[in-house]
Design a protein around this ligand. Structure first.
Ligand code: UDP
Length: 239
């Protein structure tokens, strides 16, 4: 297929919950395989793909600290959860014949590569999919911020944030049938109106680095590829 002109290198950010299917917790291998299909169809276009996967399907730092756990310890547990998700996705991608590297922000050399920027760029040039695991490696951050940081470092043209809905709405479209979807919305409006795209630090970092965020539905089969080819509905968050 013809590679869409506008994108050569992208970041795909998904939450950990996107991998749990209807289970309510953990990993659902058929769901992981379905998302790997989405990645596969974009990879086949020749687009270079980075991924960041959250950990909320296994553990969130804030939940742990709400239950009395020391916050930074709980956050490290959350980061470790993202490594498990990354390994599951790597395995699903490799099952489709896609070469894939997991790069961890916390060193664990037996399991994943350490983060070395030039090496990561080289993987992309060789058309390997990279999954950045363990977030930023720092407590008090989120994987949205990690996705924005790595997308900036890798010179991605945009962050594709796959969610349950097909864009950013003025109110929760699940609760309010009259909710309106934005075609485009500015970073500042997202921050001012507290639109639930990403956390504020991730939005601010994207704004400061002029990195557009494209919010789309991951539940739509072929959705990721469609949007890269200019089809489907989504919201573009930009300057
Ligand atoms: N986390 C962290 N630093 C990071 C990224 C993640 O401490 O740079 C921890 C944090 O505790 C967070 C958990 O990892 O709750 C899982 O990440 P996140 O909540 O972003 O996952 P998602 O909601 O996308 O599934």
């Amino acid at each position: 297929g013809a590679k869409p002109k506008s994108y050569d290198r992208v970041m795909l950010k998904i939450s950990g919950e996107a991998l749990m299917g209807d289970q309510g917790y953990g990993l659902h291998p058929p769901t992981v395989a379905r998302i790997a299909d989405e990645v596969d169809s974009v990879h086949k276009l020749g687009v270079e793909i980075c991924m960041v996967i959250g950990g909320g399907n296994i553990f969130r730092g804030l939940q742990g600290s709400a239950q009395g756990m020391e916050r930074t310890t709980a956050d490290y547990m959350g980061m470790l959860a993202t490594v498990m998700n990354a390994l599951a996705m790597q395995s699903a991608l490799e099952a489709k014949g896609i070469h894939c590297r997991v790069i961890s922000a916390i060193r664990m050399d037996e399991v994943a590569e350490p983060y070395i920027r030039r090496r990561a760029v080289r993987h992309l040039e060789k058309k390997r999919v990279i999954i950045f695991a363990a977030g930023t490696g720092n407590p008090y951050f989120t994987t949205d911020t990690a996705a924005t940081l790595r997308a900036s470092e890798m010179n991605c043209e945009a962050i594709f944030k796959g969610t349950k809905v097909d864009g950013v709405y003025d109110k929760d479209p699940v609760k309010f049938p009259d909710a309106k979807r934005y075609e485009t919305v500015s970073y500042d409006e997202v921050l001012q109106k507290h639109l639930g795209v990403m956390d504020a630090s991730a939005i601010a970092l994207a704004r400061d680095n002029d990195l557009p965020i494209i919010v789309f539905s991951l539940d739509e089969p072929g959705g990721f590829k469609g949007i890269l080819e200019g089809r489907g509905t989504y919201t573009r968050v930009h300057g």
